[in-house]
Every structure is written in structure tokens, then in C-alpha cells.
Design a protein around this ligand. Structure first.
Ligand code: DLL
Length: 444
């Protein structure tokens, strides 16, 4: 198999390069199976199909997917824990759960074959990132109910890499493992990797001098500016891996290093982009909410799941030669957004702005407050230690540059607080970027 850029083809990736007509046939067959088992075994799905007057036999091609009802996160909560399962529990070999912010977690299940398919998808991701047999891959996503650790682990084993199941936390030991075990690939959240880098710094270890060459980062939005920072500081190539528990976990899509965006493993997961207000499917290239369907998942098929992630479908062929389509990097979620003085603000816009200022460290937190009925944004940013030894006017100058960079991007002024290194709490998994201290009754 040959690709335009060559270096990323691997036997496990064969489906990534399939002719599109053949892919469509597979998608149709797989979708029909998903609809059949869901209609038979999931009461909520059957009820919604009946309400729309749609029967499984109406799904004649993958294009008929638009006839199916959407599934929302609330459906998982309302049917907690097993209401959307389509397989009997005796066939379910694994459960994962995602904690969410309120109340009960959402629960997802897998049959043996589902675990196989998931591992295969993750193996294809790592293969697309240039990871191979012989690579020593440290998995620093959390192991446990979170899908990150075990998901990456099984995929890497399937690919034949040597896995170091470090999980999250104990950061000094993680740095030691990277150095002593000759780790060549790391998988974790981008925010945790920036923390790993600062701990390595404190330990006097320069990642650029170690064999590590690939990072596969995901589970949270991160910007191109953050990628550039990581690549420069660690001397590695940083790839983006996307996924969500409701669909399977990591491995729904990933970047390949050749073109922008992330390839979706379309034989297993079908992407659509919709207008989040009307639910209407948008043409390729237009930005909207990503909706995903599993095409091969028996324990808990998920049809037209509204992810709330904002993206668009990229139609141009990728230089890597993969025929599976790409989506644009996910920089934001529709529920991440906050509105300040009439302006829609996403945390990633603030990240992109502040990362342009040289003295800034990649650690920040956005605090929302309200006074006299008015919302304010305060941005706490860690800056280089040396700045605190600088003159007051030197510090003011940097602070102004940060404020201006943010104002230039958002069009509103925010209050910037420069913090000493290590003053903002680190996370071992997904970073908490926004702290909402607004009392919504204040000023009423
Ligand atoms: O975060 C699965 C995962 C683990 C993906 C490890 C990648 C690596 P959840 O906890 O259910 O699952 O969170 C899913 O995280 O809807 C996105 O909003 C966000 N997300 C995941 N990957 C990316 C990414 C895992 N590469 C939610 N870029 C998703 C931006 C991401 N956001």
C-alpha cells in the first residue's frame, strides 16, 4: 500500500485507504445491522422510530441515516444505567462511565467484538501517527472508568507496541519512566503533557534529548498554538486523537500529520454536521455540531448522537492518501461557550491569544464573575518566574500585551492576573479551564 507521503501506511490501516464506493457499501450494511438491533432491543429507539413512522427496512443506504432520530446525552441519563443496551448483560464484557458535571454518570458497555473493533480503531489512530511495533508507548491517560487509559492501551497492544501503563499522576515517576524505559511515544491529555514538561524541567531533564518522538494527545480541546508550544519544548511531533465515551472512547478519529483536521474511521463511525438550532444536516465544509453514529457496536449502538462538539467536514483529499474523510480540529463545544456583554466567548479563543505572548506559560484559568448584574472575565495566567524579578513597569508591559492579545481576539476587555509558576492547580486528566463564580441571581 502506498500513500502520497508514504511514512504512515501500515497493514492495520488498510480500511483507511479503501475506495469510497466500497466504503459506502460497508457503511450501509453496518448501519442496517445497527438499526435492526436497536429497533429490536432498545425500547426508546423503537418508540422514536415508530413516532416518525420509520421502520428498519426503510434504511436502504447510508444516506437514509437522516431518517433516524437523534440521541442526546439526556437519553443516557434518563435510561441510566443500561436502558440503551442492545445486548444481554451476559454478552457485555466491559463497562465504562463518564462522570459529567451533575448527578449520575453515563454508562457505556462493550461486547467482546466491540472491544476488538475499538482496539482496531485505536490501533489505526496510532498507526496514522507513525507509531509502530518496537515503539515504547507510555499511556498516561487515566485507567479506570474513563475510556482513555484502557482504550489507548488495547489499541497500542493490537498494533504491537510495547505499552507502559502509567495512568495519570505521580508525575516525577512518569518523567523517570520516560527517561529510563526509553519511551518513544506518549499518550495523555495535552494539558497533562505540559505539566509533565515542567516537572521534567524541574528535574533537570530535557525531553528533546530523550528518544521520545511522538505524542498522541486528546480528550480535551487544545489549540494549534498549544501544539506548536509542545512540539518545540519537547522536540516531538504532536498528534490529535478524538473520541467520546458515548461512541466508544478514544479512536473515533485522529490527525495524520499530513493535512489539517482529523480522519474519522468511517467504516466504524459515521459523521454528520448539523445546525444545532434546527437539527438540519449541513453541507460539507459548513461548521456546526458533530453528530456521530456507531456502525459496529452491539452492546450499545449509538445512532445520530449529538456530541455538542463543533466542527466541519473537510472534503479535500488528504496528502496521506487516506480516503476516509476528515473533520476540522475540535476547538470548542457548544456548551463551552459563555456570553460576555453580548459576545460569544470560547476558552480556546483565549488560549490561542495568550499563547502568542512569549512570557506566558501554557497554564491558565478563566474565572467568570458577576457584579451589579454585569458579567466579567478574569484570566489567571502563569508567567515565567523571571518576570517577578523584573521592574513593575516591565511586568505591566507584559500584562498589557496579554490583555491586548485577548482583546484583539475577543473584542472585549478582560481582567488579567499574572501568576507565579505552579500557582494554578494541575490536573492529571482533563484541565478545568473555566471556573464560573457567577451568582446568576445577583443583580436581579
Ligand atoms: O475524552 C475519550 C478520549 C480519551 C479521547 C483519550 C481522546 C483521548 P469523554 O470523557 O467522554 O471521552 O469526553 C469526550 O472530550 O465530546 C470532546 O468534547 C472532548 N474531546 C475528546 N477528544 C478531543 C480532542 C474522552 N482531540 C469529549 N479535541 C468530547 C477536542 C476532545 N476535544
Amino acid at each position: 500500500m502506498s500513500t502520497t507521503c508514504g511514512q504512515f501506511s501500515h497493514p492495520v490501516s488498510a480500511m483507511d485507504f479503501m475506495p469510497r464506493e466500497r466504503l459506502r457499501m460497508i457503511q450501509t450494511e453496518n448501519l442496517q445491522h445497527m438499526v435492526d438491533i436497536s429497533y429490536k432491543n432498545v425500547p426508546l429507539f423503537r418508540q422514536r422510530m415508530d413516532e416518525r413512522g420509520v421502520k428498519p427496512e426503510d434504511i436502504k443506504s447510508i444516506d437514509d441515516i437522516c431518517k433516524l432520530p437523534f440521541t442526546m446525552k439526556s437519553d443516557l441519563r434518563d435510561t441510566y444505567p443500561y436502558g440503551l443496551f442492545a445486548s444481554p448483560m451476559k454478552d457485555v464484557v466491559r463497562l465504562h462511565a463518564s462522570s459529567g458535571t451533575t448527578g449520575k454518570p453515563i454508562v457505556v458497555g462493550y461486547t467482546k467484538e466491540d472491544i476488538e473493533d475499538w482496539s482496531y480503531a485505536v490501533a489505526r489512530c496510532f498507526a496514522a501517527c507513525g507509531v509502530r511495533e518496537g515503539d515504547i508507548a507510555q499511556v498516561s491517560y487515566g485507567y479506570g472508568l474513563f475510556t482513555g487509559g484502557l482504550g489507548a492501551h488495547y489499541g497500542l497492544e493490537k498494533l504491537g507496541a510495547t505499552v507502559v501503563p502509567a495512568s495519570g499522576g505521580n508525575t516525577e515517576r512518569q518523567v523517570m519512566l520516560i527517561k529510563d524505559f526509553g519511551v518513544t511515544c506518549i499518550a495523555c491529555t495535552p494539558s497533562y503533557f505540559t505539566h509533565l514538561l515542567e516537572v521534567a524541567d524541574r528535574m533537570g531533564i530535557d525531553m528533546r534529548e530523550l528518544p521520545i518522538r511522538v505524542g498522541v494527545f486528546g480528550a480535551e480541546p487544545w489549540t494549534e498554538e498549544m501544539r506548536a508550544h509542545i512540539e518545540k519544548k519537547a522536540g516531538i511531533k504532536a498528534y490529535d486523537i478524538y473520541g467520546l465515551s458515548e461512541i466508544t472512547g478514544p479512536g473515533v478519529g485522529c490527525s495524520c500529520g499530513c493535512g489539517e483536521g482529523l480522519h474519522i474511521f468511517e467504516d466504524l463511525f459515521y459523521p454528520e454536521i448539523i445546525d444545532p438550532q434546527t437539527g438540519e444536516v449541513l453541507p460539507d465544509g459548513e461548521e456546526g455540531e458533530l453528530v456521530l453514529s456507531t456502525l459496529s457496536k452491539d452492546a450499545m449502538p449509538m445512532l445520530r448522537y449529538r456530541t455538542r462538539d463543533i466542527s466541519k467536514i473537510i472534503t479535500e483529499p488528504c496528502a496521506c492518501g487516506r480516503t476516509i474523510r476528515r473533520i476540522a480540529k475540535i476547538a470548542r463545544r457548544s456548551d463551552d461557550m459563555f456570553i460576555i456583554r453580548g459576545v460569544n466567548v470560547f476558552p480556546s479563543q483565549i488560549e490561542a491569544a495568550i499563547m502568542k505572548v512569549e512570557e506566558v506559560l501554557p497554564v491558565y484559568q478563566i474565572v467568570l464573575t458577576r457584579s451589579h448584574g454585569l458579567d466579567n472575565v478574569e484570566v489567571d495566567i502563569e508567567v515565567n518566574d523571571s518576570l517577578f524579578k523584573d521592574t513593575v513597569s516591565g511586568m505591566e508591559e507584559v500584562k498589557n500585551r496579554i490583555s491586548q492579545a485577548i482583546e484583539h481576539t475577543l473584542g472585549i476587555r478582560v481582567f488579567v492576573r499574572m501568576m507565579a509558576p505552579n500557582s494554578i492547580p494541575r490536573s492529571e486528566g482533563k484541565a478545568k479551564r473555566v471556573i464560573d463564580k457567577r451568582d446568576l441571581n445577583e443583580g436581579l
